[in-house]
Design a protein around this ligand. Structure first.
Ligand code: FAD
Length: 406
């Protein structure tokens, strides 16, 4: 076990932040670890949020570990419901305040190494509406608690977005007896991750379960009529009656703190293979980062990054390598696995028939650079992942790369 006497502050207690803390502790029990989160710190697995309804799990049943257990197991200080408002990378300290407390109760926490694991926030579309409540979106357990209480006693749910999370939520809701409509401007579900023939099979399988698709159109407004019924108006002239709307149109990395600290940010916080930002002793990982312009908002990349960074922070500098990382999409009517190509130049080659399809994305160099599988073909996931080129190879030294560009 390594002996490192320094203070590591982690902003974020999602999968990235907590996995990092666990990995640091596996390597070293002498560092001081402080974990901060603007929500209450609870150990739950976010992917379960899009299947819990049909599994008859109430939100509190998704919590695997309470704050006290996490603090004890990690031998860490946990600051939940605490929002960081500023990072001073010169003085090496973060400033924040307990949610709902006065500006005068600002607390300052010093660090030797700072890790931003601040996640991403749901994109809000500018949809005209005359509702008093905001549209629902689900990105953490608190959002999920709100979602569950708002859909109680309701029947007809409209989901905006036929991507990963939108399809999963539609599957969960329809399997739980709700009436579900999905709207997306794309021509088929999961359009960024698979060819049309495959998306069409998913669409058909979910339609047979009862999902109503509205593809190639946008939602213009959500209003209430004189009888108090909620109505969604679509760009093709259709009006549908609904009880609740869930927006699942994607995420935008949380970068405000990083920008304020002078850390370089494009779409996400820029990091290199060591999860290092442009500021010394400031690192970042998870949904908030980008590697050369690419964001990877999934569990597996964050796990890989957390393992490598934990080694670096405890004395063994370790570069992150990201092999092909397929993701299972939780659609009951049609088992699905995707490993989307990052560079879209190339062609899809499809084999199989009906609902058992295998699609390979072949790049301009003739390499397998992504794939998608449905039905019985999902059993090929591990084999194809081993044949696929790595997801990406992050640059080795972020500051050197900046100087080269300048
Ligand atoms: C419904 C759903 C289903 C999913 N299913 C899958 C799946 O099947 N497979 C898969 O690979 N991925 C899935 N994902 C994506 C995956 O869950 C995420 O990529 C991952 O959980 C992100 O972890 P994170 O720690 O980077 O961010 P988050 O979990 O968002 O954590 C961010 C943390 O930062 C804190 N924070 C942010 N700003 C501040 C601040 N100013 N002060 C204090 N704290 C702050 C927040 O409080 C939070 O604790 C799913 C996502 C959703 C929403």
């Amino acid at each position: 076990m390594t002996v490192v006497n320094k203070s590591i502050v982690i902003i974020g207690a999602g999968h990235a932040g907590l996995t990092l803390a666990r990995e640091i502790r596996a390597n070293c029990n002498t560092t001081t670890i402080t974990i901060i989160s603007r929500e209450a710190i609870r150990g739950y697995y976010k992917p379960n949020l899009s299947k819990a309804l049909s599994m008859h799990k109430a939100p509190d049943q998704l919590v695997m570990k309470q704050t006290e257990t996490i603090a004890e197991e990690l031998n860490a200080t946990l600051l939940g419901r605490f929002t960081v408002i500023e990072i001073n990378s010169g003085r090496k300290e973060v400033k924040g305040l307990l949610n709902d407390s006065e500006e005068s109760s600002v607390m300052t926490i010093p660090y030797d190494s700072l890790v931003m694991a601040t996640g991403a926030s749901p994109i809000r579309l500018p949809i005209e509406r005359d509702l008093t409540t905001p549209l629902l979106s689900i990105n953490n357990l608190e959002d999920y608690e709100t979602f569950r209480s708002r859909i109680e006693q309701k029947k007809k749910i409209l989901i905006i977005g036929a991507g990963f999370v939108g399809c999963e939520l539609a599957s969960d809701l329809i399997s739980s007896g709700y009436e579900v409509d999905i709207i997306d401007q794309c021509e088929w579900p999961l359009q960024r991750s698979m060819p049309e023939v495959m998306g069409t099979e998913i669409k058909k399988a979910m339609a047979e379960q009862g999902v109503n698709w509205h593809l190639g159109v946008t939602l213009l407004s959500v209003t209430k009529n004189e009888q108090g019924a909620m109505l969604g108006s679509l760009s093709d002239g259709t009006t549908i009656q609904i009880d609740e709307v869930v927006s699942a149109v994607g995420l935008i990395p949380n970068t405000r703190l990083a920008r304020g600290a002078g850390v370089a940010v494009q779409r996400g916080i820029e990091v290199d293979a060591f999860s290092q930002t442009h500021q010394p002793d400031v690192y970042a990982l998870g949904d908030c980062v980008e590697y050369q312009g690419v964001t990877l908002p999934f569990i597996a990349p964050a796990t890989h990054a957390a393992k490598a960074l934990a080694k670096t922070l405890t004395g063994t500098k370790t570069a992150l390598a990201l092999p092909a990382l397929p993701v299972a999409v939780k659609i009951r009517a049609c088992p699905t696995v995707v490993c989307p190509p990052l560079i879209k130049k190339g062609i899809w080659q499809v084999q199989g028939a009906g609902m058992n399809l295998e699609a390979h994305f072949i790049n301009e160099r003739g390499q397998l650079s992504g794939f998608a599988l449905i039905g019985q073909c999902i059993s090929k996931k591990t084999k194809l992942a081993s044949e696929c080129i790595p997801t990406l190879t992050p640059i080795v030294d972020i500051n050197a790369s900046r100087e080269a560009v300048a």
